[in-house]
Design a protein around this ligand. Sequence first.
Ligand code: GLV
Length: 346
Amino acid sequence: MTEPRPRVWVSQPLFDDIVGRLKAHFDVRATEDVTEYTPAQVADALRDADGALVTLNERIGADEIAGAARLRAIANVGVGYNNLDIGALTAAGIVATNTPDVLTETTADFGFALLMATARRITEAERWLREGQWRQWSFGTLLGADLHGSTLGILGMGRIGQGIARRASGFDMRVLYHNRSRLPEGIERETRATYAGFDDLLSQSDHLVLVLPYSPQAHHLIDAAALAKMKPTATLVNIARGGIVDELALVDALANGRLAAAGLDVYEGEPVVRPELLALRNVVLTPHIASGSLATRRAMVSLAVDNLIAALGEGDAAGHPPTPVNPEALGAAHAGNIIATKRQGA
Ligand code: GLV
């Protein structure tokens, strides 16, 4: 009797030609429609799956995997993976993977675009023009803040933060960064970025870009107290995760002249955006699209597919997914049946 093929669940429509590569190895269950799942539906979809290809929409923790006795790998399409409870997955011997590197330059491009749109009030100006408010050229219309010659602060100096710093040198900006750990001197030199303490970064930046990963420690790191340390003329750009900023404190600062403007690509309750933010004129709001160029989104899906194939022990790189986030679970994933039995008994 031939062994049944492993089963994988693909949670959202991605790129059929790329996801189709999974079919050479697995029985694939995919959806044609963008779908919003309840936690129970995610648990249900994982119940008989050996692997899953998911996006940041799908939150997967202990409850969702409790009945997923066969599950050995979850490939997240995204560099951030705060939708996954890595502790719970590792404890259950499930490998998680993400998609770093392939999105670095595209995301840094977007961070810069959002910064420019925010500082120079580009979307606000367009709205104003479309509303028919432009009656005569005037000297004081929609005056913004310069990028060139200003100080750019980068909070979180990983690959994307470094990409933003490299772009900033072309604009003749002074770059400060704050990170959990200081970067090697060679990288500081190459990115022309100077390390600063958190408070110095806040108080000296004319523009502050958030690029750090979300973690419980980073929750509301930018709160009322942090915002109060920033220049009232400063702009804040968030392309990391919404939960890093206390949005109500941000609204208060923007509405009361304690911060000039903000550019947000991510939100605490996305896809719901607070009405208080929507009502403000000095914010640029985009729907979490920083990595959204066609080429990069395709590269992300391709990497996630490679990860899933390898993590489930198939293909040329069997057992060696290119970008695992919990490599310690790899051995366990390959003793798939033992783990499955353990979980069934649990
Ligand atoms: C998108 O936000 C990602 O983490 O890739």
